[in-house]
Design a protein around this ligand. Structure first.
Ligand code: F6R
Length: 251
């Protein structure tokens, strides 16, 4: 079931998302939280840092699993998703370093690297709350449009549109890694609750697929229609461009 919440501004969207994450951690301090990188959750992470500084929340017992990492970038690389999380959240709150889980971007054996991440996921059971952004092409994690869904952690080529969209974080588009290691659709769908955030109008077509009634691996996020507990928070300016929208809650 997808619950759609529309917010007036990016800040309100971020604060609403932070409330959901904080509630999850208050209810279950040792929650397993799945994190996403990218521009969209930056406001959420900033709000969580402020809540931590105001002693409204502690992350000391949570375990984290990030969705994806660029292949070829070590955790020390400034553009790695590991560094992104350290910079925007992990180093600013009381998350324990050994409770942070990331798929490996650098490895000797690709299937071994995927399997190791799968094993770490299996050990914790399931993710309590998975935070997601969405690509303009409907990708979630780096599950790019394809003829079929890939269920488990895998190495994937990045779609041209994704490479272009992510070039903003690099000096030059040629520096954007062409491959990533990502949780699969099955891993994401196994989360007990999913929180998807979208702020930009360029995401409206992809978001419409979440309310279309059709599941299509060429718009990977459409699979979320089969999940029992999804909250989608969007900036109201997008909602005007979204098709098939019903079941809307304005906060
Ligand atoms: C990042 C990730 C991606 C992003 C998506 C949106 O870990 O998994 O699916 O969520 O590309 O990125 P932004 O928020 O930068 O538009």
């Amino acid at each position: 079931m997808i619950q759609l919440i529309m917010m007036e501004t990016y800040q309100a969207l971020s604060e609403q998302a932070a409330k959901i994450v904080a509630n999850q951690i208050h209810q279950k301090p040792n929650s397993i939280i799945g994190f996403a990188t990218g521009s969209t959750p930056l406001g959420l992470y900033e709000t969580l840092v402020t809540m931590y500084q105001n002693k409204e929340i502690s992350f000391s017992e949570i375990q984290t699993f990030n969705l994806d990492e660029y292949v070829g970038l070590r955790p020390t690389h400034p553009q790695s998703y590991f560094q992104f999380m350290m910079q925007h959240l992990f180093s600013k709150v009381d998350i324990k370093r050994d409770q942070i889980h990331f798929p490996a971007g650098v490895f000797a054996n690709a299937s071994r690297a995927c399997l190791e991440f799968e094993e770490q996921l299996e050990q914790v059971g399931s993710i309590d709350l998975q935070i997601l952004g969405i690509g303009e092409n409907g990708h979630i994690g780096f599950n790019e449009p394809a003829d079929a869904f890939t269920l488990n952690t895998h190495i994937t080529g990045l779609a041209e549109r994704t490479i272009q969209a992510n070039a903003r974080f690099f000096h030059d588009q040629s520096e954007v890694p062409r491959k990533a290691i990502t949780m699969g659709i099955g891993n994401i769908m196994a989360a007990k609750k999913i929180l998807l955030l979208a702020d930009k109008e360029s995401k409206s077509a992809a978001l419409s697929a979440l309310f279309s009634g059709t599941i299509d691996p060429n718009i990977p996020a459409s699979i979320l229609q089969l999940h029992p507990n999804v909250v989608v928070i969007v900036n109201k300016k997008i909602a005007n461009y979204m098709k098939h929208v019903s079941n809307t809650l304005e906060v």
